[in-house]
Design a binder for this molecule. Structure first.
Ligand SMILES: NC(=O)C1=CN([C@@H]2O[C@H](COP(=O)(O)OP(=O)(O)OC[C@H]3O[C@@H](n4cnc5c(N)ncnc54)[C@H](OP(=O)(O)O)[C@@H]3O)[C@@H](O)[C@H]2O)C=CC1
Ligand SMILES: O=C(O)[C@@H]1CCC=N1
Length: 266
């Protein structure tokens, strides 16, 4: 039995716990959680999560400890767990911008640290998570955590010095994609198309287009060409997007996201 504790049971903590408990891993894992909002943890009891009343209780009962709290309060949480962190504890942080060195500095110098940047589609088993580790974590320990995120969607191992840059690509990108979707659905409403029908058609276009990128064997430029009939509607629309420098706007958005991650880093 693997003991996994969660400090923080908000959006992401809850999504990961539900993902673990509803997967094939559920029966091999004992989950426990602490969150000052006790009702959030209580709601997880039906997923087999044991409520704990302090960080200390989580630390004393868990080999793997997830820190699923906001970056702004993580320093206080690390101070609260430092006395209970052992050379065996594996600390898994999902906090944007927070590095492994800061976690070791605030707990113990030899702390085993895994950094994960997940995303909310993990709630539906369609997550995309980036993982990295420091050199104190064994292959076996890393595999346990990697497996959790593979079961909750797709997971990729990246260098730990790219954990801030990746946030724009998978952690925050769902929000950027939702905003893009909103533009299409709002347009449909403005020309009298039923919003439900527009949502169904646009979201299926998102899913289908994503599959074309991953499965068709064509490059993104080729795929754009396949849609764009000479003198047709797509080119008329694309002209406006090129004029508005959409790819530059996206690049600015990603840069701003990364800049904020560095500001949050300690
Ligand atoms: N949301 C997302 O899409 C993603 C978030 N992340 C990262 O995940 C982390 C959590 O984000 P998210 O789940 O959205 O945030 P939430 O605010 O939903 O969750 C954080 C939870 O931690 C609780 N909390 C506050 N203080 C403590 C404490 N001392 N001990 C235990 N729990 C505490 C909060 O309670 P209360 O609300 O009462 O303060 C809240 O329930 C962040 O660091 C974020 O960067 C990473 C990838 C994606
Ligand atoms: O907005 C945030 O800071 C977090 C990290 C990635 C997604 N949400």
């Amino acid at each position: 039995m693997v003991n996994i504790g969660f400090i923080g049971a908000g959006n992401m903590g809850t999504a990961i716990m539900k993902g673990i408990s509803t997967s094939s891993l559920g029966k091999d894992v004992k989950l426990s959680a602490f969150d000052p909002s006790t009702e959030k943890v209580k709601a997880l009891e039906e997923y087999g999560v044991t409520p704990c009343s302090s960080e200390k209780e989580i630390m004393e009962n868990s080999k793997y400890v997830f820190l699923a709290v906001k970056p702004q309060i993580i320093e206080g949480v690390l101070e609260a767990i430092s006395a209970y962190t052992t050379k065996d504890t594996v600390i898994i942080s999902i906090a944007a911008g927070i590095g492994d060195e800061f976690i070791a500095k605030k707990t113990i110098p030899d702390a085993k640290v895994i950094l994960v940047m997940p995303n909310t589609p993990l709630l539906l088993g369609e997550g995309a998570s980036a993982l990295s580790r420091n050199d104190k974590v064994s292959d076996e320990e890393f595999d346990v955590v990697l497996n959790i995120f593979r079961i909750c969607g797709k997971a990729a191992v990246i260098p730990k010095d790219k954990m801030k840059e990746i946030i724009a690509i998978n952690g925050s990108s769902p929000a950027f994609i939702y905003l893009f979707a909103k533009g299409f659905i709002d347009y449909a409403a403005s020309v009298g198309i039923d919003s439900k029908a527009a949502e169904e058609l646009f979201t299926q276009s998102l899913i289908g287009s994503a599959k074309m990128i991953t499965d068709s064997g064509n490059t993104i430029d080729d795929l754009i060409k396949m849609v764009s009939s000479p003198g047709g509607t797509t080119l008329a629309g694309l002209e406006r997007l090129y004029e508005g420098n959409l790819t530059d706007v996206v690049k600015n958005c990603c840069e701003s996201c990364t800049k904020r991650a560095y500001e949050l880093s300690k």
